[in-house]
Design a binder for this molecule. Structure first.
Ligand SMILES: [Fe+2]
Length: 415
């Protein structure tokens, strides 16, 4: 399938400005004319950094909560770098762990600006990596569109200035980077990431135990792959953040829902070249409808901007699709997965939202955020062949659940 993004009418009820609509189309036309549309493929990796000493615990958490399993580990001058894989056609998951707990780079500096992010100054979703057909040409085209890349001497972490990976500066609107890497040579050993190392036998044992535990109940094999990643940003930067991502990617703006009573909107961008979002997950931006100081007139709940004020603009959650179906226990698969994970000690925000009875629909839930990555994990089951991407009522309930958690943080901000 290849969607014609120039004629696609975005869905949803969130209104966009004439400025947004005009530049959305101009960006699509320029991507075609400049060759970018032909240069970019799928998202081939998601990158997360954790604190020194947290990597193994985070990997164990990923083993229990996701289909990702460790493939290889590398060591460079500053970091241990873990490559995890789920299915071959789905993105890798890359975990960076600084060797020195005093390690500082621009991500640390971003985290240090915000009261709750400061508690784990190196823990952060970094960004996603696109596979490209010609790395030098991709960079040349993007630089001619004013996209700013890292130069080798500009970052303390050499992973971001590797000759096989080109990463952009963290976006001032989202805090996320985008990386690019050649498709043909996505051979990890050939990528000069560092020295390949083996884990200690104790570390290997702990991962084997996590894997056995995850498989034992049969829940983790029902978790398929990443469906979408959602970044929280500021109200006034919503349209710019989407246009920036459209400039840097081959995605299209799928649509946006207005969640008026939470003063929020959810804005979805998808890759039109894949039939299955898990091969190149959707990229979602959530923003307040009005900034917090204006919201003070109405005093609506505003979970999105509460989060940004506490943690800064950054990735909020990664969502995994659960295989659609009824488990032998009589529950829908997602309910079974959540029950099993709760028994493993995983905490969730509220309950599963959405009903799957006799009509196609969505069931979704948020976990509490990971103490290692600060990311929430979402699980989503599209029941009975549900073909849409989101429902407004589910998004409203999930936003509310995250808001209740956010108010808790807000109340404890000076603890
Ligand atoms: Fe989500």
């Amino acid at each position: 399938m290849s969607l014609d993004i120039t004629t696609f009418e975005p869905l949803g009820d969130k209104k966009n400005s004439d400025f947004f609509n005009e530049y959305r189309m101009k960006i699509f036309q320029r991507r075609r004319q400049s060759g970018l549309e032909e240069l970019l493929n799928e998202i081939c990796a998601l990158v997360v950094q954790v604190e020194t000493g947290d990597a193994l615990a985070y990997l164990e958490e990923l083993y229990l909560m996701t289909p990702y399993r460790l493939l290889h580990t590398y060591l460079n001058n500053t970091h241990r770098i873990f490559f995890l894989e789920s299915r071959r056609s789905f993105p890798h998951f890359i975990v960076l762990e600084p060797l020195d707990s005093h390690f500082t780079d621009d991500l640390t500096r971003l985290n240090n600006l915000y009261p709750l992010a400061r508690k784990k100054p190196n823990a952060r979703y970094v960004g996603e990596v696109f596979s490209v057909n010609d790395l030098a040409e991709t960079r040349k085209v993007l630089e001619s569109h004013n996209i700013r890349f890292h130069y080798p001497d500009e970052t303390e972490n050499k992973f971001f200035s590797n000759p096989h990976f080109y990463f952009t500066f963290p976006s001032s609107m989202t805090g996320n980077r985008i990386g690019y890497t050649p498709r043909g040579s996505y051979d990890i050993d050939a990528m000069e990431i560092g020295e390949r190392i083996e884990l200690t036998s104790a570390e290997i044992k702990s991962l084997e135990e996590a894997d056995a535990k995850a498989r034992d109940k049969g829940a983790v094999p029902l978790i398929l792959g990443v469906d979408h990643m959602a970044t929280r940003i500021l109200s006034g930067e919503r349209e710019d953040a989407i246009l920036e991502f459209l400039t840097m990617s081959n995605y299209y703006f799928w649509g946006a829902y207005n969640i008026a009573d939470q003063n929020s909107s959810t804005n979805v961008n998808r890759n039109g070249n894949v039939d299955d979002d898990k091969c190149s997950p959707a990229k979602v931006f959530t923003a307040n409808n009005t900034p917090s100081f204006v919201n003070s007139f109405e005093n609506l709940p505003m979970p999105t901007e509460d989060f940004v004020r506490n943690f800064g603009r950054r990735m909020h959650h990664i969502a995994y699709e659960v295989a659609d179906g009824d488990h032998q226990s009589g529950e829908k698969n997602v309910d079974f997965v959540v029950e099993t994970l709760k028994n493993f000690g995983v905490a969730f925000l509220a309950h599963v939202v959405g009903e799957c009875t006799d009509e196609p629909n969505l069931k979704q839930i948020f976990s509490k955020h990971s103490e290692y990555s600060i990311l929430i994990t979402e699980y989503v089951e599209r029941c009975l062949g549900y073909e849409g991407f989101f429902t407004k009522s589910n998004v409203a309930e999930l936003t509310k659940a995250a808001g209740e958690d956010e108010r808790y943080h807000h109340g404890n901000i000076f603890d």
